[in-house]
Write a protein that binds this ligand. Structure first.
Ligand SMILES: [Zn+2]
Length: 97
């Protein structure tokens, strides 16, 4: 069984890592001795590295907010359209004399 040992060290930042770890949990550096190397894992490692950069994180956060707004906005505009339409209809109703 894979033992949980913290005897290994990251060659990049010297952070102590577990023997079965493929990437440093601190800097995202790929550790020697890792078995497989998939694209998803590479993306995960790149993400870990990117998250260390505040500028990248800010951009990623902005993109996430933009995506969330893009999801919410159609609902909001539809709701606003209903309210605005109802208000206009009501206004016209009152105004007709
Ligand atoms: Zn490291």
């Amino acid at each position: 069984m894979a033992g949980v040992t913290a005897s290994n060290r990251c060659p990049q930042c010297n952070h102590s890592v577990f023997a079965e770890d493929r990437y440093c949990s601190k800097c995202g550096e790929r550790l020697p001795g890792g078995q497989s190397f998939s694209a998803a894992e590479a993306a995960g490692a790149a993400m870990t590295k990117a998250m260390k950069d505040r500028r990248v994180r800010t951009v990623a956060g902005g993109a996430a907010i933009g995506a969330a707004a893009g999801l919410v906005l159609p609902v909001m505009t539809t709701g606003f359209g209903l309210v605005a339409g109802a208000a206009y209809a009501g206004y016209k109703l009152v105004k007709k004399d």
